[in-house]
Design a protein around this ligand. Structure first.
Ligand SMILES: Cc1cc2nc3c(=O)[nH]c(=O)nc-3n(C[C@H](O)[C@H](O)[C@H](O)COP(=O)(O)OP(=O)(O)OC[C@H]3O[C@@H](n4cnc5c(N)ncnc54)[C@H](O)[C@@H]3O)c2cc1C
Length: 131
């Protein structure tokens, strides 16, 4: 991601094109930690910017200050697009024999059991399909 892009990608903003293992909020935090405006384009990054960003991504240290507030324990949003899944069997449309269940799919609900129930119910669906 940090290598020099071709002309099309180098015109993209850091806010639009970033490693999808990060949430948008975390990515913004990391770029700010590296003193880079997230409104910059990839092609505008100097070698120093890139080095600072690499240093933050690989070596930043955080002090744990405590637990999050109650009611923050929601599922992580995002995940595998439901369009790419057969919702009856939970099999990947493009990869026969590959099934998904639980939070890695793009589903989430309010906490209080819905996410756990979704994970268990989907697992039961896949188990019944495979049996
Ligand atoms: C603090 C907290 C509180 C929550 N409270 C609630 C609640 O009250 N009610 C509710 O409904 N939901 C709650 N949730 C959400 C709920 O726990 C999740 O939605 C649910 O556990 C998802 O189940 P899952 O099996 O899909 O994923 P997970 O439970 O995350 O299981 C994934 C498993 O895969 C393993 N794994 C990951 N990578 C690899 C790998 N490369 N190779 C092998 N194994 C791997 C992980 O170690 C993990 O054991 C809470 C979540 C958190 C964090």
């Amino acid at each position: 991601m940090l290598r020099t892009f071709g002309s099309k990608k180098s015109r993209r903003l850091l806010t639009g094109e970033y490693p999808r293992c990060f949430t948008a909020k975390l990515w913004q935090h990391l770029t700010e930690r590296a003193h880079i405006s997230p409104q910059k384009r990839w092609g505008e990054l100097s070698e120093r910017d890139r080095n600072r960003l690499c240093a933050i991504l690989t070596g930043d240290v955080y002090q744990i200050e405590g637990r999050g507030k109650n009611k923050e324990e929601f599922v992580t949003r995002g995940g595998i697009d439901l369009e790419s899944i057969n919702l009856t069997t939970l099999e990947a449309r493009r990869h026969r024999g590959l099934y998904f269940a639980g939070e890695l799919l793009d589903v989430d609900g309010i906490t209080g059991g819905f996410n756990l129930q979704a994970a268990w119910s989907m697992a039961a669906v896949v188990a019944s399909v495979l049996n």
